[in-house]
Write a protein that binds this ligand. Structure first.
Ligand SMILES: Cc1cc2nc3c(=O)[nH]c(=O)nc-3n(C[C@H](O)[C@H](O)[C@H](O)COP(=O)(O)OP(=O)(O)OC[C@H]3O[C@@H](n4cnc5c(N)ncnc54)[C@H](O)[C@@H]3O)c2cc1C
Length: 603
C-alpha cells in the first residue's frame, strides 16, 4: 500500500497500522492541572463564550455576535491571517525541498497519524502528533486528524456539503438502534436553507428524497465520461442510481463579497480569494463586522466551570499554549465547538462533585457512541471512446452518487446490512505522473507521456457507521499532555453491519462501472481505520431522554441549561453524507434558540 500525498486524491488514501503508530507517539512529562486551585476570572463577563473557531465555532461566533451578544471566541491554536498566512498557496513543487512530498523523517517523527492525509503543502495546518498525543485500547485503532489553528479544519476541508433527509433522522427509531433523534428533517430544513445561503453551495437539484435539494449556486460541470455514465445509469436502473456533481461549498459565482472560484486547484493550502467557505473567509469576518467579537488564540480550554447553586456553567478555564499560564473567563452561556472529540474531552475533564464523571453527564453516555464514515472501498475502470476529449482547469470537486440501498422500497432492501452509503470520485485522464509506474527512458518515453492516457474513472464509498456504546473515548487515567491536560484514549472499531456493507460497496461499484461501459474494472477494499474519514462524531449525543442522552433537541445540555455543544459530538447517528453542513445548520439553530432563551431570562 502506498502513501498518497497529492493535493488531489480521488480515491482511497492509505490505511496505516495506527495501533502500532500510536504506540510510538511520544508522551510528554506527566503534570496535571489542579482543578481545585481557584483561578480568578478576568473582570469582564461576556454574554457568550465559544470554544473553537473551526466550522462550528465560526458559525456560533457569527450568529451570536449578529444577534447582539458580546462574544468571546477561545481558540487553542495560533492566529492565521486570511490570505497572508496561506504561505504555500501557489508555491510550485520546484520551489520546495521535497517537491511537495515532505521528508519521511519528519512524517515519522512528528506526523505519524496526520501523514496518512497530508503533504508538505499543508502540514502547517495539521497538528504534530508528537505534540498532541492520544492513545487507544489494545485491540483498537483511531486516526484522529486535527487542525489546531484559527479556522480549524475549515481551512483544509473537502467542502462536500449534503443535507440529511427524513430517512436519516428517523433511522434509529425505525431500526430500534441507540436512541431516536429528537428532531426531524422539517426542524432543520429552514436552517439548511439559512446556512447554504450564506456559505454558498454549488450543486445540481435532483429531486431525491434521500438527498434533499438545497439553495444552490450553479453546479460545476461533469466531464464527458461522467456525463456519459450519468446517462447510462439513468437508462439501466429502474430504482434511480444518480450520478450528480458534488454539492460543494465552493462559489461558482461571486457571492456575499467573495469571488467566484477560478479553478486554480490547491484549495486546501488556503484560498486567498475566499472562493470556498471557511471560518476565515466567511463567518469570522461577519462576526468581526458586528463589533461584538473578541478572539483569543493560543487559549487551550481545559474545563468548563460550573456553579452547583445556580446549576449553570459560569465560564471556562484556559491554559496559554505558549506560556502555560492559566486564565479563567466568565460568560452567561458557553458554546462548545472545539470539534467532536475535543468537546467531549473538555466535558469529561470538567468534573465536579455533582458530575464526577464529566460535566452534564448524569446519563453516563458522555464519550460513548462514537461514529465516523467507513470508506476506502469502491472500484475503478477504464473508459474508451472519449480519446479526443479533455477538460480545462482543476475542478475543485468530485462527483457524487447518493445512497441507493435500503431506501424503503423492496428492491433497495438488503438482507445483510441496514442503512447505506454514497460514492464520491470522478473521471480523469491520468497525467504524466503515470510515468513513475512505466518502464522506459529517453525521447521515446517522453513522447509517450505527451499523449494523454486513456480515461479512468474511480468511485469510493462513504458508509454509515452505526452508533454503538462500546465505541468510546475516555480520559487516560495517568497520561497528560505538555499542558498537564489528560489525553484521550479511544476504543473504536466497525461491526458486522459495516463489514457486510463494505463488501457491497466494492461489488456495486464494480458492477455499476461495468454496466456503464467501463473496461478493466478493478474493485477494491483498501481497509479502514476508525476516524480515517475525518468525520468523527458522537460522544455527547442529542436525545429526548436525559437518562440516555447528553443534549436535548436544541443542542443544550439536559443537565446544565446554559451549556451548548454544537459540533459533531452532538450526533445521534451518522447517516452517510459528509456531516459539516449539518453541524453548521444545528449550530445556527442552537444559537437562535439560546439567544431567545437568554432574552427571556431562562438561562
Ligand atoms: C482534509 C479534510 C477533508 C474534509 N472534507 C470534508 C468534506 O468534504 N465535507 C465535510 O462535511 N467535512 C469534511 N471534513 C471534516 C470537517 O473539516 C469537519 O467536520 C469540521 O471541520 C468540523 O468542524 P468543527 O468546528 O467541529 O471542528 P474544527 O473545524 O476542527 O474546529 C475545531 C477548532 O477548535 C479548536 N479547539 C480544539 N480544542 C480546543 C480547546 N480545548 N480549546 C480551544 N480551542 C480548541 C481547534 O484548534 C479548532 O480550531 C474534512 C476534514 C479534513 C481535514
Amino acid at each position: 500500500m502506498c502513501r498518497v500525498r497529492g493535493d488531489w486524491t480521488l480515491l482511497g488514501i492509505t490505511g496505516l497500522d495506527s495501533h502500532q503508530l500510536l504506540q510510538t507517539v511520544g508522551f510528554p512529562r506527566p503534570m496535571t492541572v489542579d482543578k481545585n486551585v481557584h483561578v480568578p476570572p478576568q473582570q469582564k463577563e461576556y454574554d457568550a463564550i465559544v470554544v473553537g473557531s473551526g466550522i462550528t465555532g465560526g458559525w456560533a461566533a457569527k450568529e451570536l455576535t449578529e444577534k447582539g451578544l458580546d462574544t468571546l471566541v477561545l481558540e487553542r491554536g495560533r492566529h492565521v491571517e486570511h490570505g497572508a498566512d496561506y504561505v504555500t498557496e501557489h508555491v510550485g513543487p520546484w520551489e520546495q525541498a521535497f517537491r511537495g512530498g515532505g521528508s519521511d523523517q519528519v512524517w515519522e517523527e512528528d506526523y505519524e497519524v496526520q501523514s496518512q492525509w497530508i503533504n508538505e503543502n499543508v502540514k502547517h495546518f495539521f497538528v504534530k502528533d508528537s505534540e498532541h498525543p492520544y492513545t487507544t485500547t489494545e485491540d483498537s485503532s483511531f486516526a484522529w486528524i486535527r487542525g489546531y489553528q484559527l479556522g480549524g479544519r475549515s481551512i483544509t476541508w473537502g467542502r462536500h456539503s449534503y443535507r440529511w433527509s427524513e430517512l436519516d433522522f428517523e433511522a434509529n427509531a425505525r431500526d430500534g438502534i441507540a436512541v431516536d433523534w429528537p428532531i426531524r428533517y422539517e426542524d432543520i430544513a429552514p436552517w439548511y436553507d439559512y446556512v447554504e445561503q450564506f456559505a454558498g453551495i454549488s450543486g445540481q437539484e435532483e429531486g431525491l428524497p434521500q438527498l434533499p435539494d438545497g439553495e444552490f449556486l450553479p453546479p460545476m460541470d461533469l466531464n464527458c465520461v461522467e456525463q456519459a455514465v450519468r446517462e447510462r445509469w439513468a437508462d439501466i436502473y429502474s430504482e434511480p442510481r444518480v450520478l450528480t456533481i458534488g454539492r460543494n461549498a465552493v462559489l461558482t459565482e461571486a457571492h456575499n463579497g467573495r469571488a467566484a472560484c477560478h479553478y486554480c486547484g490547491p484549495c486546501w493550502r488556503g484560498c486567498s480569494t475566499g472562493s470556498y467557505f471557511s471560518s476565515l473567509s466567511a463567518t469570522l469576518p461577519a462576526a468581526r463586522e458586528t463589533g461584538n467579537l473578541t478572539v483569543k488564540t493560543d487559549s487551550i480550554v481545559h474545563r468548563v466551570e460550573y456553579d452547583p447553586d445556580t446549576n449553570r456553567a459560569t465560564g471556562v478555564r484556559v491554559i496559554d499554549r505558549q506560556t502555560k499560564e492559566e486564565r479563567a473567563y466568565s460568560g452567561k452561556i458557553v458554546f462548545l465547538c472545539a470539534s467532536a472529540m475535543n468537546s467531549v474531552k473538555i466535558l469529561l475533564n470538567s468534573t465536579t462533585p455533582r458530575f464526577p464523571d464529566g460535566l452534564a453527564n448524569s446519563s453516563g453516555v458522555l464519550g460513548h457512541y462514537l461514529m465516523d464514515h467507513h470508506y476506502n472501498a469502491g472500484a475503478a475502470a477504464t473508459f474508451e471512446g472519449f480519446e479526443d476529449r479533455y477538460y480545462y482547469g482543476r475542478r475543485p470537486n468530485t462527483i457524487y452518487v447518493p445512497r441507493f440501498r435500503n431506501l424503503g422500497s423492496p428492491s433497495t432492501r438488503q438482507s445483510d446490512f441496514i442503512r447505506g452509503y454514497g460514492y464520491q470520485g470522478g473521471a480523469y485522464r491520468p497525467d504524466w505522473h503515470r510515468g513513475a509506474d512505466m518502464t522506459g527512458i529517453g525521447a521515446d518515453f517522453k513522447e509517450k507521456l505527451r499523449t494523454p492516457a486513456p480515461w479512468r474513472m474511480g468511485i469510493t464509498a462513504f458508509g454509515e457507521i452505526l452508533p454503538r456504546e462500546d465505541n468510546y473515548c475516555e480520559l487516560h487515567p495517568e497520561r497528560t499532555d505538555q499542558w498537564g491536560i489528560p489525553i484521550l484514549r479511544f476504543n473504536a472499531s466497525i461491526g458486522d453491519n459495516e463489514k457486510a456493507m463494505r463488501k457491497d460497496m466494492a461489488e456495486q461499484a464494480a458492477e455499476m462501472l461495468e454496466a456503464a461501459g467501463g473496461k478493466n474494472v478493478e474493485p477494491y477494499d483498501s481497509g479502514y481505520q476508525f476516524g480515517e474519514a475525518i468525520h468523527e462524531m458522537g460522544g455527547a449525543r442529542m436525545g429526548r431522554d436525559p437518562d440516555t442522552s447528553v443534549l436535548n433537541r436544541w443542542n443544550q445540555a439536559h443537565d446544565v441549561p446554559n451549556l451548548f455543544v454544537t459540533d459533531g459530538a452532538c450526533m445521534t447517528s451518522s447517516a452517510n453524507q459528509n456531516p459539516s453542513l449539518t453541524y453548521m445548520a444545528l449550530t445556527a439553530r442552537a444559537c437562535d434558540y439560546a439567544v431567545e432563551q437568554l432574552r427571556r431570562d431562562n438561562l
